[in-house]
Write a protein that binds this ligand. Structure first.
Ligand SMILES: *[C@@H]1O[C@H](CO)[C@@H](O)[C@H](O)[C@H]1NC(C)=O
Ligand SMILES: *[C@@H]1O[C@H](CO)[C@@H](O)[C@H](O)[C@H]1NC(C)=O
Ligand SMILES: *[C@@H]1O[C@H](CO)[C@@H](O)[C@H](O)[C@H]1NC(C)=O
Ligand SMILES: *[C@@H]1O[C@H](CO)[C@@H](O)[C@H](O)[C@H]1NC(C)=O
Ligand SMILES: *[C@@H]1O[C@H](CO)[C@@H](O)[C@H](O)[C@H]1NC(C)=O
Ligand SMILES: *[C@@H]1O[C@H](CO)[C@@H](O)[C@H](O)[C@H]1NC(C)=O
Ligand SMILES: *[C@@H]1O[C@H](CO)[C@@H](O)[C@H](O)[C@H]1NC(C)=O
Ligand SMILES: *[C@@H]1O[C@H](CO)[C@@H](O)[C@H](O)[C@H]1NC(C)=O
Ligand SMILES: *[C@@H]1O[C@H](CO)[C@@H](O)[C@H](O)[C@H]1NC(C)=O
Ligand SMILES: *[C@@H]1O[C@H](CO)[C@@H](O)[C@H](O)[C@H]1NC(C)=O
Ligand SMILES: *[C@@H]1O[C@H](CO)[C@@H](O)[C@H](O)[C@H]1NC(C)=O
Length: 846
């Protein structure tokens, strides 16, 4: 590192004072080269053999997208015709296949998390992965886990899992494993600090916001789940490791995520020993040489801007290698990482031809849509849905949180009459896919909007499924979809035994604005008059049941304690089987077991952190001065009572907790990793004659397409201000906290084994989610942090043992001075219970 310690001390002081305008990211070079560790040995050997036979142009082809709408997928790299190797196909989204027909629309990541069930995380990942595989996709652009959820109003929180890094880490790891077991590369995203949509990206002179995150905060909160997906063997015990990670649009400490050498080289590839490849978000790349040296491995969509025709890489990367600015080893490392991911998940045997086209659902069309070239069959309409609807319905029910249930309002049992009220219970009259990328909020809400979407094959609205149930029960149904027609609503609920009111709150990605909401929500209330509908029905009906389809927390305090509101359910974004899933819960075909994946605040200000809608500057700064204190950590620390806490959720039965046992283990002392890496390897030889890198004679270029060929002389006289050490290929020191997948392997040593007994004390079968929290004892530590959980299926009066192995990492804090994890001397406490605020069992970790 060549920045003097004086500068870094100044920056640290500024950070302590909460002034981070000058926050900077320390340079870290060279970019760590892949070593084939952490279960990547076989894939690495195959990749090495493959890459060794490639020419310079062929290598560059695999690193760079061909440009927006150049080929069938949302992202496509160049190909290697000589070896009959087609380019890689990257396709959205984290909840299914975007831009295709005959695919499933899965519950959002947030709903998957709300099940707190590892089996379902993995089954969902595997089902999504198999759909991607059968459409010919090489890499699914998911799962998402960034944003983590620093802002309750954040537009894309629902694409990811939970504001808690442990729940997110487990869900992410299992989803990755499910996807990759199906033979498709998973792409975990977005790395890192992409917590709001407003100003996330560079636009002319307007810089993206800078997420200024302290080292301790980064390690203890925002990077925690990333570590998980490096060593998932603890939870999933076979192949570990996500194939790809997508870096985000924003800056971190004023350096763009796609060229931040500290986050990519130091944290991800060195400390966490990440062996896969780093892909840019679409046009999040802002430099050629700099991003290459800072650790980026793949440029997406390949063009500098949407269909701009020019590229930072492609021919520019070829030139930068030819003139010696980018060393061969760095290019080889990019390609080897990409091909290792390819072999690791078994693409060499799982690959089928790409049989869909993102840019048209017609059977015939252009294979190069941007250029309107190559008219041919582009869609085979392969139906990849299999029986995934059953899993989607199961997750829909298992992710529905029962927040309130009084007077045994639920489950319903053949009521004489039911009134179904609210637009959110009904179909969008124009169809569930009427708005591109789900960019409107009409009818029932089952996914947010933006690139994190899929086309619904169908969408079961609640009214449809409830009417089917009612028909079997001989129940009379009235229903009103118009949220402004209170006369009709009054008429419909009068005399009904039960009134079920549906409301929603939507959000998504910033390139679509819906009802004035540019991705991030403008408020935390319900949309389309639904709060008023709830108040109206509750004022006239004594058995009002509320169902909420929302992308995150909404303010429920106004009606939560209303005596006529007998039950409240949060159903999140359940996907295509929405109506069937909520009917299962309302009628007790499935006993609710879901738990909150975020805190429900009584008012917006209670969250302490909020979206900055208008930074009023071309250089927006977001200082993470709250440290690790977001969501429940913040509410706990400030003594703020929420409406419903993180981890909370009711059942139709009751559970009791007893018999906490804490057993100390003796794994031996923690050893910092020492030693050096090997020198950077190169694979094959590079022909440095620029003549051989030119367009082949008679070459036909597709319009706006990105190629690896050079067109004109290679610049050799430019002044280079390369960061110190950036091209150094000699052995490099390992980091004390690094050395293996996810960091120092001793971080996963088991320090304590904790167990407790959970008993079903009610009269129906149910699933309980026991949760284990820790207090690490220090003055800067949160009151409690989640560390483990399980799902136990219990018959009435049945007991089962919940066990969690507390690892060294679980009880460690990040020490900025030694750049390592340390176990402090403060007394530590373990808690077990049913939510972050209901922890009946407690004991010391001695
Ligand atoms: C950002 O700056 C803070 C304060 O100096 C530092 O602790 C942290 O490591 C930096 N993070 C990155 C990603 O550069
Ligand atoms: C992952 O963690 C397990 C312990 O759960 C350990 O045995 C294994 O060696 C670790 N794998 C890597 C690649 O570090
Ligand atoms: C690079 O990829 C493009 C697009 O697939 C292809 O047309 C071209 O032949 C490839 N070049 C080489 C040298 O393989
Ligand atoms: C596939 O999707 C098309 C719409 O593009 C639809 O017409 C067709 O019925 C679907 N086929 C199946 C088997 O679902
Ligand atoms: C190479 O990069 C420069 C600088 O961004 C750009 O002007 C040029 O168009 C790029 N070349 C190609 C072929 O895209
Ligand atoms: C009741 O639901 C049906 C769909 O089952 C719908 O067509 C109808 O418009 C709804 N009625 C009202 C008054 O909203
Ligand atoms: C909150 O935003 C939604 C969506 O734009 C809107 O329908 C609702 O009226 C807003 N709530 C308030 C209190 O303004
Ligand atoms: C509850 O509903 C009844 C009608 O059944 C109504 O008379 C009463 O005012 C409602 N209570 C409240 C607090 O609105
Ligand atoms: C659960 O326990 C509470 C308090 O003891 C009781 O009021 C309630 O009826 C029980 N619920 C069930 C479903 O057993
Ligand atoms: C080598 O080529 C690249 C790509 O055009 C350019 O950015 C770089 O400045 C060149 N290096 C030298 C020393 O001219
Ligand atoms: C580099 O060489 C080109 C072509 O000879 C010339 O136009 C340009 O001025 C030179 N640039 C520098 C920085 O010397």
């Amino acid at each position: 590192m060549w920045i003097s310690s004086v500068v870094s001390l100044a920056a640290l002081a500024a950070f302590a004072n909460g002034q981070l305008e000058n926050a900077f990211s320390p340079p870290h070079y060279p970019s760590p080269w892949m070593r084939g560790g952490n279960g990547w040995q076989d894939a690495y050997a195959k990749a090495q053999a493959f890459v060794s036979q490639l020419t310079l142009l062929e290598k560059v082809n695999l690193t760079t997208g061909v440009g927006w709408e150049g080929e069938a997928c949302v992202g496509n790299t160049g190909s290697i015709p000589r070896l009959n190797f087609r380019g890689l196909c990257m396709q959205d989204s984290p909840l299914g296949i975007r831009f295709a027909d005959n695919v499933s629309a899965f519950p959002a990541g947030m709903n998957a998390a709300a099940t707190w069930t590892t089996r379902l995380f993995k089954s969902r990942g595997n089902a999504m992965g198999s759909e991607h595989r059968d459409k010919g996709i090489d890499a699914q652009l998911g799962p998402a886990a960034g944003p983590l959820g620093r802002f309750a109003a954040g537009g894309r929180n629902w694409e990811g899992f939970s504001v808690d890094p442990v729940l997110t880490g487990v869900a992410l790891a299992e989803t990755v494993k499910g996807i990759q077991d199906a033979g498709v590369i998973a792409t975990a995203k977005h790395f890192i600090g992409n917590e709001q949509e407003h100003n996330r990206d560079k636009s002319g002179d307007q810089n993206a916001y800078s997420s200024n995150i302290g080292d301790k905060t980064l390690h203890e909160l925002y990077l925690w789940h990333v570590q998980h997906y490096k060593n998932i063997s603890k939870y999933a015990n076979v192949r570990a490791g996500v194939g790809s990670i997508m870096c985000s649009y924003n800056r971190i400490n004023n350096s763009y995520a796609s060229q931040n050498s500290y986050t990519l080289n130091y944290l991800l590839k060195n400390e966490l020993d990440f062996q896969g490849f780093v892909m840019s978000d679409w046009w999040a790349q802002h430099s050629g040489v700099d991003s290459a040296l800072a650790g980026l491995d793949m440029s997406m969509a390949g063009d500098q801007g949407l269909a701009s025709g020019d590229t930072y890489w492609g021919s520019n990367l070829t030139a930068a290698v030819l003139n010696g600015t980018i060393p061969q080893w760095r290019l080889d490392d990019m390609v080897t990482r990409i091909m290792s991911a390819y072999y690791k998940v078994g693409r060499d045997t799982a690959r089928v031809p790409i049989n869909f086209n993102s840019w048209s659902l017609e059977t015939y069309g252009y294979i190069h849509p941007q250029a309107s070239e190559g008219y041919q069959q582009i869609n085979e309409h392969v139906n990849v849905q299999a029986d995934h609807k059953d899993l989607i319905r199961e997750i829909g029910g298992a992710s529905t949180v029962l927040l309130k249930n009084t007077n045994n309002a639920l489950p319903l049992n053949k009521p004489k009459s039911v009134a179904i009220i609210g637009e959110d219970a009904h179909d969008n009259p124009a169809g569930p896919n009427a708005c591109a990328d789900r960019g409107c909020n009409v009818g029932t809400l089952a996914m947010g909007w933006g690139s994190g979407t899929a086309n619904f094959p169908y969408l079961i609205a609640p009214v449809t499924a409830l009417k089917a149930q009612a028909a079997g029960d001989h129940t009379t149904v009235t229903n009103v979809s118009n949220n402004y027609d209170f006369d009709a609503i009054t008429k419909a609920v009068t005399g009904a035994e039960v009134a079920i009111v549906f409301g929603n709150a939507d959000g998504g990605e910033d390139y679509i604005t819906v009802d004035g909401n540019q991705g991030d929500r403008n408020n935390l209330t319900l949309w389309g008059n639904a709060d008023a509908v709830i108040q109206h029905v509750a004022s006239i009906h004594p058995n009002t049941i509320i169902v909420l389809h929302t992308i995150g927390a909404v303010i429920v305090e106004d009606y939560k304690n209303h005596p006529n509101v007998t039950a409240i359910l949060w159903a999140g974004l359940p996907g295509q089987e929405s109506g069937n899933a909520i009917t299962d819960i309302l009628y007790g075909h499935r006993n609710p077991s879901a738990k909150n994946v975020f805190t429900w605040g009584k008012k917006r200000e209670d969250y302490g952190t909020d979206v900055i809608y208008d930074p009023g500057t071309l250089n927006p700064q977001q200082d993470y001065t709250e440290g690790v204190f977001i969501d429940y950590r913040h509410f706990d620390a400030q003594g703020i009572e929420p409406s419903y806490e993180f981890g909370f959720g009711l059942s139709y039965t009751n559970f009791s907790y007893s018999d906490l046992k804490i057993e100390k283990q003796a794994p031996g002392p923690y050893q910092p990793t020492t030693g050096q890496t090997s020198a950077a390897p190169t694979f094959g030889t590079i022909d440095y004659d620029p003549k051989n890198a030119e367009f082949p004679p008679g070459w036909h270029s597709v319009k706006l397409y990105v190629y690896p060929y050079i067109d004109g002389p290679v610049p050799t006289n430019q002044t280079q201000n390369l960061p110190k050490g950036a091209t150094d290929s000699s052995p490099q020191p390992k980091l004390p906290a690094g050395g293996s997948g996810g960091g120092n392997r001793q971080l996963w040593d088991v320090m304590y084994t904790v167990s407790a007994t959970v008993t079903n004390t009610g009269s129906v079968k149910g699933t309980e989610i026991p949760q284990l929290y820790l207090n690490l004892g220090g003055p800067d530590d949160p009151k409690v942090v989640l560390r483990g959980f399980d799902d136990l299926i219990l018959d009435p009066q049945e007991s089962e043992t919940f066990t969690y192995e507390i690892t060294r990492r679980d009880i460690s804090n990040w020490d900025t001075a030694s750049q390592n994890w340390v176990v402090s001397s403060y007394p530590k406490t373990v808690y077990v219970g049913s939510s972050s605020r209901n922890l009946p069992l407690t004991g010391p970790l001695n």
